[in-house]
Structure formats: C-alpha cells, structure tokens
Design a binder for this molecule. Structure first.
Ligand code: THG
Length: 368
C-alpha cells in the first residue's frame, strides 16, 4: 500500500528536511503531516531527556483572532481569566463546548490588544471561533496565518537557543515569547514545548524559509549533538502531559483530565464564556471520572496502543486506559487511566487487552 499525496494532507515547510533527516513515519495533525519518529525511539527519548532535540511541529497551527473584539472573543472561547495576560505572554487554556466537554487545549498567545493566537491541538477551532464570533456579533477576523513552529527541546535547548539568539534568551519565562529575527528570517521565539524537559519553540512567520531555519538550527545545535525528534510519547506520558483526542473522548471535561487548575469560573466576564454554566455545574457536583497513572505488571516492553483498553475490577469496568508506552526510565509499561472517581491511587485493577487481562496498579500523575 502506498501513501497517496493530496492537497488535503498538508506539508509542513520543514517536510523535506524531516525526510532528509530520516523520518520513519508520519501521522496527521490539523490536516498536516507530522513526523512521528526517526527509527530509534530509545535514542530519541534519551536525547530529549539528556541533550537536545529538534521537532517539526508546524502542525500545531495557529488560529488568529484579529480586530477590536479579538480580546473579547478570546475570553469568550477560553474559560480562564485572560485579563492579566500581557502582550508577549501565553497561557494554557481548556477550550470547551456548551456542554463543558474539552474540544481543544491550546496555548493562547497575546500578540497585542487586537491580536491573539490559539496554538491548537488536533481539532478544528478555526470554524468554531468563526461561528462564535459571528453569533456573538464580534468584530474579529478569524484566520489561519502562515506560522510554523519548530520546537527545540531538552536540557541543552537553552544552550542552542542562546548560541542562535543571544544570552538574553536564558531569562525568558515559561510561555512568554518575543519577536526575534534570525538572519532575516521573521520569527517569534517562545519558551514552551510539549515536553517537561525544558525548551523553546521558534515560530516561523514565513514558510518560504522552512529549510533554511531547519538547517540553521541543526548547524548551531551540532555542538550539542542536536538531532531530529518528534513529540515524544514516552516522555510526555511519564511527565503527565495530556494528548487531546488521545486521552479524551467526546464527553471528557477539563476537571477529569487534571486541567481544573487552568479553569477559572468566577471573574469579570465569566458569564459570557462558552460552556461556563456546564463547567460550574461539573465543578459543583464533581466530575464522574478522573485521570490517574496506570503501571502494568511485568517488565517486558509492550507496543504502544492506538486504542483504549478497558480497566476492570473483578470483571466490572471502572474506566479506560487511554494511552500506554514503555517507560525507559521506570522499566515498566505505563499509561493514563480515565477512571471512575471512587478509584484512587494504590488500587489494583486489570487492563483488558483482547483475551489477556494484565494486573496493574493505579498511581498519581505525573509518574515519579
Ligand atoms: N506548543 C504549541 N502549540 C501546541 C502545543 C505545544 N498546540 C498543541 C498542543 N501542544 C497543546 N497542548 C498543550 C498541552 C500542554 C502544554 C502545552 C500545550 C504544557 N503544559 C504544561 C503542563 O501541563 O504542565 C504547562 C502548563 C502551565 O503551567 O501553564 O506545556 O506544546 N506552540
């Protein structure tokens, strides 16, 4: 079987570079090809944990809100108080529908009073934001700009970024960003990224420079043995980072998946936020499920699973295992459980994989 090229499946401006670097496979994300590994999962994991890795994450598309009502629209879409978000600052937000279900978990970036970006996970927020803007009669244009993030992640990322942009970058705060040109390439530099190993994201503002930016970062990073990687399932599961659409279903609300700390329900303007009534009700009653770590018995690496597995106790279903991976650090198969709220850390459960039932222990997240 062969992959059939089509304009529906978009290519990142770094696509050719990732192929040259040996991308072993691609997935899609926001209708764009996203590299998924370079053939050495364990090497990529340890490089991210101990060194520095560069990732084509152009598929993290931006939804731009621009106009006099951009701030109002951002606040209506996001159940988090954005009133003290400064220009040049980002915040992790839990976008919800009217039922309080999580529909995306982007970083909201404020560029200026009239311009916001949502750096989105894999669901169509462009249409959603346009519809809400129109229904609320707001003066804000909603578009997808030509913006393509390249992530530099790992404990040595700060060295590479300082070599490229200067020493000032070491003082950048998490989720803050700044306009920064590199050799006449228009960019934003942000301290962010989908790992807990520290790092930066370079938002390329003109896709024509994709190859040159990739090569510039690769050359500057060579002294720290930088190499291509991709959003890393092993690390993100160990670190407890959520994968929207993987760890969530159509009914998952933010309180079930540990995003309650990013949700504000009472602030000036909160009554206007989409889903606020449902979110207030859920917080009052308590969510039906919650997310815990799952550690499977046994020490033989199991393949990652694209399906949810039932979690049972005495044959009775108590939840789902939504992701699973071999942890190189813990030498155990681990994952996330979305389980009934009476299930707590320390409890013994079984994970049902076809005909097999595997003993497992629930634990707190992130994994220690
Ligand atoms: N970077 C950018 N865009 C993105 C992602 C990213 N879009 C898609 C996806 N990732 C959005 N989801 C997340 C999920 C978690 C985090 C960032 C984006 C994250 N969370 C930290 C945590 O949960 O511990 C910090 C949150 C905080 O303290 O505010 O970083 O990675 N551009």
């Amino acid at each position: 079987m062969q992959f059939t090229p089509h304009t529906r499946i978009r290519r990142s401006p770094f696509f050719e570079a990732t192929v040259s670097a040996g991308a072993a496979g691609f997935t899609t994300y926001n209708h764009m090809l996203l590299p998924a590994g370079y053939g050495d999962p364990e090497g990529e994991y340890w490089r991210l944990r101990r060194g520095v890795s560069m990732w084509d994450v152009a598929a993290q598309r931006q939804v731009e809100l621009r106009g006099p009502d951009a701030g109002k629209l951002a606040q209506i879409l996001a159940p988090r108080d954005l009133s003290r978000c400064a220009a040049g600052q980002g915040k992790y937000v839990a976008l919800c529908n009217h039922a309080g279900a999580l529909i995306n978990d982007p970083i909201a970036l404020k560029l200026d009073d009239d311009t916001y970006w949502f750096s989105i996970a894999d669901s169509n927020i462009l249409f959603w934001a346009r519809a809400i803007a129109a229904e609320r009669r707001l003066d804000a244009a909603v578009t997808e700009p030509d913006v393509s993030p390249l992530a530099v992640q790992g404990p040595q990322a700060a060295e590479v970024i300082a070599a490229l942009f200067g020493e000032w970058t070491r003082g950048m705060k998490y989720f803050h960003f700044r306009r920064a040109d590199l050799d006449r390439m228009p960019l934003l530099l942000a301290r962010s990224g989908w790992s807990k190993q520290g790092g930066f994201e370079i938002y390329l503002l003109d896709r024509a420079h994709g190859m040159r930016l990739w090569n510039t970062v690769a050359e500057a990073g060579a002294a720290w043995d930088i190499a291509a990687g991709s959003p890393n399932a092993n690390e993100r599961i160990e670190s407890g980072l959520l994968s929207w659409g993987g760890d969530t279903d159509d009914a998952t609300n933010p309180f079930e998946v540990r995003l309650g700390k990013f949700v504000d329900l009472d602030f000036d303007g909160a009554d206007e936020v989409v889903g606020i009534d449902a979110l207030r009700r859920i917080r009052r009653d308590g969510p039906a499920r919650h997310q815990l770590g799952v550690i499977l018995d046994g020490d033989a690496p199991a393949p990652p699973h694209p399906l949810w597995y039932d979690i049972t106790v005495d044959g009775r279903k108590v939840g789902d295992m939504t992701c699973g991976i071999w942890s190189y650090r813990l030498a155990r198969n681990i994952g996330f459980g979305l389980v009934a709220r009476d299930m707590t850390a320390g409890m013994r459960v079984e994970v049902v994989k076809g005909d097999a039932r595997i003993g497992a222990t629930l634990t707190v997240l992130p994994f220690a």
